[in-house]
Design a protein around this ligand. Structure first.
Ligand code: ZN
Length: 380
C-alpha cells in the first residue's frame, strides 16, 4: 500500500520518497514508492505528470492500493528519490475537478439529476447530467456556480467512519459502504471522490459551460474552469477583437454587424446571379447541327445553363450547351428527351479530357478544349 500524500495535502509539489520496487515493463520501468503525491488516473481525471529524479513520469496507475509510476530509466530499490509534479497541469486539473463537483452538486440540488459521466481532456471537461436541461437552466446553473466561487467556500476531503457515513447524504457512482472519501463543498455538494481538489472555491476561478447537447436521454455539458477558462476567454476575446476591427463594430455589436453584412451580401449575391443570367443569355450563340441544338455562352452557372437549355431546345433531339470558364474550360449540360446521352457524354469526356455524367437523358460536367473542336465533335 502506497501512502497517498495528495489525499491529505493536494498542494505538495515536491517530495522525497523511498523506492520500494522497480520492475521493467513495456514502456520503461514500473516504480513503487513508500509514499507519493502523484495522483494515479481515476475518477475521470488523468494521471499526474512530473519527474522522479531526472526521469519523466509517463504514467501513474493504482492497483490494489499500490501506486505504480512508469518512468523510462530504472532506479535502485531502497534509494531516496526526488519527486516533482508538473504543478501547473495538476493545479488546472484541481480547478476543473472542483468546478465539476460544484456544477454537478448544483444540478443535483436543483433538478435531482445525477452526473452519469465525467471526463477531463487537456483543456475542457464533459459531464453528463441524467436529465434534460433548458438553455435557461444552464444559464442559472452557471450563474450559481460562479457565485459559489465568489463566496470562497471551504472544500474539505475526509473519510467519515462507517457509523457516520450511513446517515450522510452524498453523490456517488458506486455503492460503497466503507473507506469512502468524501469531498464536501459547504451546502453545495458532498460527493465520494478520490482525486485532489482545491481547498477553497475561490481558487476554481471562472466556471463556463461552453457547449451542451442532449445525450442519452440527458445532457452532455462541456465546461472550462480556472486557468483554462481564462485562456479560453483570452482566445475568444482576441478573435472578437479582430472581428470588431474588420467590421468597424463596437464591442457588444459584433453579431449585429455580421447579420447586417450577411443580409447585404445575400442581396448582392442575388443581383450578381440575376446579372450573370442576363449576361449568359445575351452572350448565347446557338448552332443547329441536324436535329441537335448546341449553345455556347460564358460564365453561366449550371442553373443558368439549365434555363438556357429549356428556353432554346424546342424540337431538338439532343441539346448540348457549353459555358466557357476562365481557363479554357467549358461546363456542359447535355440532354435529350428521346435517347440515352451517356455514350455521347463518355465520348465527349474522352476527347476533351473531361469529367462528368448523369442519368440516361441528362448529364453535366466539365471539359477542356476549343469551341470549334467541340462543334466539329458534334458535326461528326
Ligand atoms: Zn471528483
Amino acid at each position: 500500500m502506497t501512502v497517498k500524500l495528495y489525499e491529505d495535502n493536494a498542494y505538495i509539489k515536491e517530495f522525497d520518497a523511498t523506492v520500494l520496487s522497480c520492475e521493467e515493463c513495456k514502456s520503461g520501468y514500473l516504480i513503487t514508492l513508500d509514499k507519493t503525491a502523484f495522483f494515479p488516473e481515476g475518477g475521470g481525471q488523468q494521471a499526474d505528470t512530473g519527474y522522479i529524479n531526472d526521469f519523466k513520469v509517463l504514467d501513474v496507475q493504482i492497483k490494489d492500493e499500490v501506486i505504480y509510476h512508469t518512468i523510462k530509466n530504472p532506479v535502485s530499490v531502497g534509494d531516496t528519490v526526488k519527486c516533482k509534479l508538473d504543478w501547473d497541469t495538476r493545479f488546472a486539473r484541481m480547478q476543473g475537478h472542483t468546478g465539476e463537483h460544484l456544477v454537478s452538486g448544483i444540478i443535483h440540488s436543483l433538478f435531482g439529476y445525477e452526473n452519469l459521466g465525467f471526463h477531463m481532456s487537456e483543456k475542457t471537461m464533459t459531464l453528463d447530467p441524467s436529465g434534460v436541461l433548458s438553455d435557461k437552466d444552464i444559464k442559472e446553473i452557471e450563474r450559481r456556480a460562479n457565485m459559489a466561487v465568489y463566496e470562497n467556500k471551504a472544500v474539505k476531503a475526509y473519510y467519515p467512519d462507517a457509523s457516520l457515513l450511513k446517515d450522510l447524504e452524498y453523490r456517488s457512482k458506486l455503492d460503497l459502504t466503507e473507506n469512502v472519501r468524501l469531498v464536501n463543498i459547504d451546502s453545495y455538494d458532498t460527493c465520494a471522490c478520490c482525486a485532489p481538489h482545491v481547498s477553497r472555491t475561490g481558487e476554481i476561478g471562472i466556471i463556463k459551460i461552453i457547449d451542451y447537447i442532449q445525450y442519452k436521454g440527458g445532457m452532455r455539458l462541456t465546461m472550462v474552469c480556472g486557468i483554462n477558462a481564462f485562456e479560453d476567454y483570452v482566445k475568444l476575446h482576441d478573435e472578437s477583437k479582430k472581428m470588431m476591427h474588420l467590421l468597424s463594430s463596437p464591442r457588444d455589436k459584433v453579431c449585429e454587424f455580421v447579420i447586417r453584412d450577411h443580409e447585404v451580401i445575400g442581396t448582392q449575391k442575388a443581383t450578381i446571379n440575376r446579372l450573370n443570367a442576363e449576361l449568359s443569355k445575351a452572350n448565347l450563340d446557338i448552332r443547329k447541327i441536324g436535329t441537335k441544338t448546341l449553345g455556347f455562352t460564358k460564365g453561366a452557372s449550371f442553373d443558368d445553363m439549365r434555363n438556357l437549355v429549356n428556353e432554346n431546345s424546342e424540337n431538338a433531339e439532343l441539346s448540348a450547351f457549353f459555358s466557357e470558364g476562365e481557363n479554357g474550360d467549358f461546363s456542359y449540360i447535355i440532354s435529350s428527351a428521346t435517347f440515352d446521352v451517356r455514350d455521347t457524354v463518355k465520348a465527349l469526356n474522352e476527347s476533351f479530357n473531361g469529367k462528368g455524367g448523369g442519368r440516361p437523358n441528362y448529364a453535366q460536367g466539365k471539359i477542356i478544349g476549343k469551341k470549334e473542336d467541340i462543334l466539329s465533335f458534334f458535326e461528326n
